[in-house]
Structure formats: C-alpha cells, structure tokens
Design a protein around this ligand. Structure first.
Ligand code: GAP
Length: 670
C-alpha cells in the first residue's frame, strides 16, 4: 500500500526552480493570471504548447498510426448525462473531503499529512453583547446571587468596562467553584438564543508554535458563526496529540466531518437551467469510446482484439489541486480502450489461455490467438513503459506499481500504475520513494460496455465468427464447462453492478446462450495517461545545472533542459554569428527555411552568441546551427557552405555541409 505524499527539502527547492523556469521561458503560466489566477487551471505558453504537441504526436504515432489494430476518435466534451449515470460517475466519482471551518478551504482526507502538537479545546462562546446584557442585569440587581459571586471573584467597585474585561478573562482562564458557577450562569443565560454557548471547538498548535494562535483561530471560528464579537467560554483544555489528521494543515482548526464530494463539473445545455438540461464536463475521455464502440466497429472493419484511442480534455473539480500542473482541474488525457475476447472465448478458439510468462514482448508480430486478459494487460504495461523511455524518461525514474486487490474497483481484474519519481511523491510500504502516477493500465473486464448496454437498452455485443465455428467443434463437456463459466462470470458481474438477482440470472442466461452462438461483450484493457503529467515529468527529468564557459571562456552556471530531441519543443536554432553581416544573416535565414518543413526551427540573432546559446539551453533545444565566416568561404574554399552544429549536452561543435543538414538532423530528432 502506498503512503501519503512527502516532499523533501531538496525536492522542494528543485521543484521551485522548475516551476519558475517554466514560467520565465514560456512553458506554463497560471490561467487568468492577470486577474489573480484561478486555482487548478494552467495555460501552456509558446514552448509549452510545442512540448505538449510533441507528447501527443509521439503517443498517437505509437498507439494508432504504427498499428493496424487501433483506430482513433475525437468525441465531444459534453455528452448525454446518461453516459455518466451508466459509467458510475454520477454515483461514485467522489472524493471524501473535509473543510476547514475558518478558512473554508477543503482537503481530501487521504491527502492530509499526520500532525503532532497541542490541541486546545474551547467549550463554547457567547456574543459579547449577551455577556454585556448579563453583566448589566447582575449589577443592577436582577440576579442577586450572582452579584455576590462577582464580588467574591473580585469583580466589584470597578468601571463597567473594567468589570466586563475581567469577566471575559475569568471565563476563559479562571479556575475554581466560583468561576465555574459564573460560567454556568452565563451559559444558561445565553443558551436559548445562542447554540455556540455549548459548542466545543478545538485547534491544533503544532509543536514549537506559540499557543496564542489557537485562541485567535477559535475566536475567528465562533465569530464566523455569530457574525460579530464573541467571548470564549473556558476553561481551555490542552491535550497532546500525535499522528492526527483531524486538523487543518493551514490554520490548525478542527476539520468538519468527512463527506463525499462529486468531482464532475456541472453545466447546462440550452437556455433553460434546470435538472432537465443539466449535464457534466467529461471527467475522462474513455466513456465516449465505449459509447461510440458500435459505430466504430461497423465503420472501421476492425475485429476484436482491437483498440480505439482518443486524446482530449478532461475536467475534474479536484478538492485540492496541487503540485503545479500535477493535479489540475482541467487537463488532457490520452486513452486507449483495447477490446479483447473474454477468456472463455479464447479458450474455445485456441484450446487454452496462454500464461503471460510465456509471451515474448519483443516479438514484433506475436501470435495473439491464445492471449487472455492477463497477457494483453502485461503486453500493454510493457508497451507503455517502452513509450516513456522512448520519449526520454529514464527507466531509473519509472516505477511499476501493481495495485493490491483491495485497491481495485469491483469490476477491475488488475491495474498497474506507472509512477514517475517527481521531486515530490509517495513512499511504498517499505519506505521506498516511488513518486506519483503518470498513467494507469487497467484490466476493466466487460464492465463499461455492459453498463452502457444495460442503461441504453441497445446491444453492445460483437459477433465472433471464429468463436461460432470453434464452438461447433468443441466436445460437449467442454461446451458445457465454458458456457457455465461464462454464465457465472456474467451473473456475478451483473449482481456486483447493482442488478437485482432474479433479473441478473435471466440476463446472464441470455448472455450465456448468445455466447454459444458466437456473441459476447468484449473485455477491455485501458492504458490511460495524462498529457500534463507527462509534460511535467519531462520538465523535471530534463532539468539540469552544469558549468559552461561564457564569452570570455570563464566557467559559469548553466541551466539546461536535457529533453530527448523527440519531444524538445524546438529542434534546432539557426544563428548568424554576427547579425550585422548581411551575408551571414541571409544564409542563416535560408537554412531556417530549408529546415522548416521537417522540424520546428527558430532563427535567433539577438544578443551575443553565448547568450543565445544559454537561451536555447534553457528551453532544451538540442542543436544550434551557427553561420560564420567559414560558411561564406572567408577562411578558405574547403569550409565554404559548411556550418557548425552545437550539441546542447556535450557543447561540442561539429562542422556539417549545409546540403547534409536535413539528413543529419532528422536522424537525431526523430
Ligand atoms: N479512464 C481512466 C481514468 O481516467 P485516472 O487514473 O483517473 O483513470 C488517468 O486518470 C490519467 O489521467 C492519470 O494517470 C493522470 O495522468 C491523468 N489525470 C487524472 N487526474 C488528473 C488531474 N487532476 N490532473 C492532471 N492529470 C490527471
């Protein structure tokens, strides 16, 4: 089981540098910054958008274009609200959250870090005005026995203001029988019009912090309730706690009771805003794929196993957006739903279900006939890890985490999270730092299509000719066994999904009958990744500082993003050595235009060559071409029409003929 997140001092410093560079160099800005920003929303600047586009293009190429068995989809963000009812999001897409009653800030219960300190508990508060009324009544003889007590407490013969002040102090800190009786009378006097007179409230003061802050927070809490000045009623009780998650990480105030909070953003379609027009911004791209499954199956001439891929925006009203773009409220997902045959069908067709261990993942076109869900699941975990390494995330920073059975959704058979060791992240049960999730690869059984079939009333089964034929050749006992297993699986799934037992039995029987004729609901393996998290992981992984010579050869600190050229926002910068030499400028511009159709290239002539190099290093441009005197033939004919290419990482320069540039660069940036 994974432990809550922790940030080391070093990690925090590094992360701050990355966030600051991201803004300074135009990767990521806060959304609506001009108006103070909006929490959980981020904009990508000129180089940020290139980075993101490169990630998406790499994913699309690998997952769709380079395969025969995956096709694409681009569906709408807003869909029928019934989609979200069927998918379970309306009822179960929730976080358990608590609220700080003083600041109104909300927290996810599972993200609160345990705290230690002294808890200060107050037994209630009354409005100052009521205390004053009580005091007047007492001193004017309206409560004879209390006047005696006030005198015994030393509150007599003083001005009204002084008397009330002493009383306020005594209520909170005074001890003994007399003060207790006064306290009880004040509470009894106030209580009919004031429920807070007996409402307890606690504040945690972390170790080493001044205790006075607790009283201030309690005062703010009661004032919020009573909308005016209040007097705390004591006595103030102090108690030591450790490992507590009951208090606000910011103010120390006692948090409200945990309650569920649906993460979907609500919107209305059309001019009338009521329950009939209410729908949601999609919280994931996946559901549209299930909803369009039949259409795509019919038009694409694909057969199970095959996949449908989609890239697009998703929205979640996260309780606590945090860690820069890591947990945002608007983000982009890249999801593949890879539809496979149920294991019973595989067994009927291939005579067995292959164990995942016997599969060679490196085989470019493996025989997948005997692959059941486990083999396909392992295959996609393997493929996705390959992808991350191909875009430059080192294997040493990636962690494969198999969810424990108790962490899985009821319909999921397995789920693997690919984690990246960000400068922040979690520790596993052994205390090992494992980072945070980039992608989940889930074996989701036939849950999604089955749900949409139930809710829409339209069949989402496929007809599998291979299964129909194979079935006819099976011995009768095998037919019976597979039919029974399919029936039991479907019955169990339908009951778990909330179908009444009697109806579920009837439906499962129909499903089992259809199965024997070649029909089934495909199962699915779902690799689901977040573009923004990958972009952030690339920034974190690429960030580096080293020493590089300045104009005069003196070593100075250099900030460099060591992106893999495949994802680098700009592949090459072209520069004339001197911008006041028109011949150099002309050649540099010609080279830029020559390279443009092949890759993202910029022309830069502003500032000294050293400064220009640094600028490109900071945005991770892997190559810089410089047009110099040699290019123009000033230093002899053998170097004419050659340029230098500087490598960002080694800072070495190489001379290359202009006519070879396209080939030279394409070899390195693809
Ligand atoms: N269809 C499955 C699904 O949506 P998920 O684990 O909730 O699964 C998949 O999301 C991926 O989407 C995550 O691994 C992550 O990369 C990205 N993601 C989810 N919530 C996010 C958020 N609030 N901000 C940024 N990325 C997020």
């Amino acid at each position: 089981m994974i432990q809550p997140s922790a940030k080391s001092q070093l990690g925090e410093e590094l992360f701050d540098k990355i966030v600051s560079l991201a803004k300074r160099r135009g990767f990521i800005f806060q959304s609506s910054e001009l108006y103070g920003g909006i929490n959980g929303f981020w904009d990508y600047g000129p180089v940020g958008v290139e980075l993101k586009n490169n990630i998406k293009a790499a994913w699309w190429n690998e997952m769709v274009r380079m395969r025969d068995d995956v096709v694409g989809l681009d569906a709408t963000i807003i869909m029928s609200p019934q989609v979200w009812k069927a998918s379970g999001h309306v009822d179960t897409f929730i976080d358990i959250m608590v609220e700080d009653p003083v600041t109104n800030k909300r927290y996810r219960v599972d993200q609160i870090e345990p705290q230690a300190g002294i808890v200060h508990t107050y037994s209630g508060a009354v409005p100052l005005q009521i205390l004053e009324q009580w005091y007047e009544l007492v001193v004017n003889g309206g409560r004879g026995e209390m006047l005696g007590l006030l005198r015994e407490a030393g509150i007599n013969g003083v001005s009204r203001e002084e008397g009330i002040n002493r009383l306020i102090n005594d209520l909170l800190t005074g001890e003994g029988r007399i003060v207790d009786m006064i306290r009880a009378d004040v509470v009894a006097f106030a209580v009919s019009g004031c429920e807070t007179a007996r409402k307890k409230f606690s504040v945690l003061v972390p170790m080493g912090k001044p205790p006075g802050s607790a009283r201030k927070i309690a005062q703010m809490y009661y004032e919020k309730y009573l909308k005016g000045d209040v007097v705390l009623i004591g006595p103030e009780i102090r108690e030591k706690v450790e490992n507590s998650v009951r208090f606000s990480p910011d103010s120390g105030a006692e948090l409200t009771e945990p309650r569920p909070f649906n993460l979907m953003f609500i919107t209305y379609v059309g001019p009338v805003q009521d329950s009939t027009s209410l729908t949601y911004l999609r919280p994931e791209t996946a559901q549209a794929i299930f909803v369009q499954f039949k259409n795509i199956l019919e038009c694409s001439r694909q057969k199970v196993p095959f996949g449908i891929a989609q890239i697009g925006k998703a929205f979640r009203n996260e309780v606590t957006p945090r860690n820069f773009t890591f947990r945002s409220r608007e983000f982009e997902q890249m999801e593949l739903e890879f539809f496979i045959k149920p294991d019973e069908a595989v067994e009927a067709i291939a005579g067995r279900v292959a164990s995942p261990e016997e599969i060679d993942m490196d085989e470019p076109s493996p025989d997948t006939r005997a692959w059941g869900w486990e083999a396909w699941h392992r295959y996609w975990v393997y493929k996705r890890l390959q992808f991350y390494e191909r875009i430059g995330l080192p294997a040493s920073k990636l962690v494969v985490y198999w969810q424990k059975p108790e962490e899985l959704a009821h319909y999921a058979r397995a789920c693997v999270d690919i984690l990246f060791k960000f400068p922040f992240g979690k520790r596993d049960a052994n205390g090992e730092f494992v980072g945070e999730e980039l992608e989940g690869i889930a074996a989701r059984s036939d849950f999604d299509l089955s749900q949409h079939q139930r809710f829409s009333g339209k069949p989402l089964t496929v007809f599998d000719e291979e299964l129909r034929k194979a079935w006819q050749n099976l011995p009768h006992p095998k037919q019976q066994e597979l039919r029974r297993r399919y029936y039991e699986y479907r019955l169990n799934a339908l009951v778990k999904a909330g179908e009444a037992r009697e109806r579920a039995e009837k439906m499962a029987l129909e499903d089992a009958e259809a199965f024997t004729k070649g029909y089934y609901i495909p199962h699915v393996i779902e690799p689901s990744a977040g573009v923004d998290r990958i972009a952030l992981a690339l920034l974190c992984s690429a960030y580096d500082e080293d020493m590089a010579p300045d104009e005069k050869g003196n070593l100075e600190k250099r900030v460099v993003l060591r992106f893999h050229p495949r994802v680098a926002p700009i592949k090459v910068a072209v520069m004339p050595l001197l911008k006041n030499r028109p011949e150099q400028v002309q050649v540099a511009l010609r080279i830029r235009d020559m390279l443009r159709p092949y890759m993202n290239v910029v022309y830069d002539d502003a500032g000294s060559i050293g400064r220009r190099y640094r600028r490109q290093d900071e945005i991770g441009t892997p190559f810089v071409i410089t047009v110099d005197f040699e290019t123009l033939g000033d230093k002899g004919p053998e170097l004419k029409d050659t340029v230098t290419i500087r490598d960002r990482d080694t800072m070495q320069q190489e001379r290359v003929k202009i006519q070879d540039l396209v080939h030279y660069l394409l070899e390195r940036v693809r």
